[in-house]
Design a protein around this ligand. Structure first.
Ligand code: ATP
Ligand code: MG
Length: 400
């Protein structure tokens, strides 16, 4: 065992993150890896000091000091987009006996619970006295003696015992835990996500973050029609997304004046659509401010009057950025299932009014024509209203 600063105290646990292989073909692999490592580094800050590096599609996370919170760190990494699988591995001395002993003790629970297993060895240190195949045979044979109830099975083993002989130590680990998958947040650039207090928009945000987008959140706030609690609820939803998305900024846009102006000057049946057009325009302005190149909404086709194809055409028509609607083809139950999984559901269903429900028309237009919408807007000082709203934006930063 070497004594350089690179060396790891034998006996220490480390994590291995497996990156999505398919993805590496399409994207610049180095960019992907560096983004993943940078994101991991930031997420792990509260849990101690870690060394993070990548080799052959695996990102290694090693504690640099005693007293790191390994359980907390591992839990956090399960929400790191870009990692398809995570393993906890035990480091040991680079001798066949130490490796075997580590496999017996460290993987005892996995081996006791399984009926079949196999050993897979990798050897990047070519001075190790056995080949990978010899090492697998040695460890496999000995494990079979120590755990007589398990059978070797080369094709569909319940447990794969992985042994890696690397520069400074050997590592032993078993079946990986599924990771969050997707792409590291940020590799795809930044988008602005319209976050309401509902079930759908947090899920939509999560889905786009999973595809590698860094998000800036925009929330339209209609005080006093909606309460400070309604705003807190939205901030809480954003906070709940930070373990997945990283640090988030919520741009809280004062929306009351626009809504009151619409109520004064425009036909009631068009309220929702006119409101949504303002939301899109302002979201695009925020995008320009922060250097974002797309918009995200939680719209789902046919869910409400403002989410027909015609309505979406009319709301999308005021912006030039691409609009991502990842839940557009999903049923409510499917969206709810994701909301529960990611932890936003319970907060989304808290009963605070949102700005759209307060102003919902009794007979909303489901098949609006662009002409009638534009005619209604002719009465408005659109730029002035947007400018005032932009100037009133409050930014709230939320940390994981
Ligand atoms: P959600 O469950 O996300 O609230 P919804 O089914 O209630 O969606 P709408 O109220 O029609 O649908 O809103 C559609 C989308 O418009 C939302 O998913 C969200 O992206 C955006 N949106 C609506 N209201 C607001 C708001 N007050 N602030 C920011 N975005 C909003
Ligand atoms: Mg809503």
């Amino acid at each position: 065992m070497s004594n350089t600063s690179q060396s790891l105290p034998v006996g220490e646990e480390i994590f291995l993150l497996k990156m999505g292989e398919m993805v590496l073909k399409g994207l610049n692999r180095r960019t992907f890896e560096e983004r993943l490592m940078g994101n991991a580094r930031r997420r792990l800050e509260p849990y101690g000091k870690f060394r993070i590096y990548s080799r052959q599609s695996i990102t290694y996370v090693e504690p640099k000091e005693a007293g790191c919170d390994l359980d907390g760190a591992f839990e956090t990494l399960r929400r790191l987009f870009g990692a398809v699988g995570l393993s906890r591995a035990k480091a040991c001395e680079k001798t066949p006996e130490a490796i075997l002993e580590t496999a017996k003790t460290y993987l005892r629970d996995d081996l006791m619970a399984a009926r079949t297993f196999k050993v897979e060895s990798k050897r990047s240190d070519k001075s190790f006295p056995m080949t990978s195949i010899q090492l697998s045979q040695f460890v496999g044979g000995e494990l079979n003696e120590a755990f007589p109830h398990i059978q070797a099975d080369m094709h569909t083993p319940e447990v794969v015992v992985h042994v890696e002989v690397r520069d400074f130590a050997a590592y032993v680990h078993a079946n990986p835990t599924p990771g969050a998958g997707g792409l590291p947040v940020g590799v795809g650039g930044t988008a602005v996500s319209l976050l309401s207090g509902g079930i759908d928009s947090p899920v939509a945000s999560w889905m786009m973050a999973k595809r590698g987008l860094a998000l800036e959140m925009v929330h339209f706030f209609s005080y006093p029609y909606t309460s400070p609690e309604a705003k807190e609820k939205v901030l809480e939803l954003a906070r709940l997304l930070t373990p997945w998305c990283g640090r988030l900024t919520v741009h809280v846009v004062p929306f009351t004046e626009i809504q009151e102006e619409l109520r004064r000057s425009c036909p009631e049946s068009l309220f929702t659509l006119l409101m949504r057009r303002f939301m899109m325009r302002i979201a695009q302005r925020v995008a320009q401010r922060v250097g974002a190149h797309g918009l995200v909404t939680g719209e789902s086709l046919g869910q409400v009057a403002s989410q027909t194809m015609e309505a979406m055409a009319v709301t999308g028509q005021v912006v030039s950025l691409p609009i991502f609607r990842p839940v557009v083809g999903m049923d409510k139950e499917e969206i709810v299932r994701i909301a529960r999984k990611i932890g936003t559901f319970e907060t989304s269903i808290l009963p605070y009014e949102d700005c759209c429900t307060v102003f919902t028309p009794r007979h909303p237009k489901t098949r609006p024509s662009l002409e009638e919408i534009q005619e209604a807007e002719a009465a408005l000082d659109i730029d002035g209203l947007i400018e005032t709203a932009m100037q009133g934006i409050e930014r709230v930063v939320l940390h994981p």
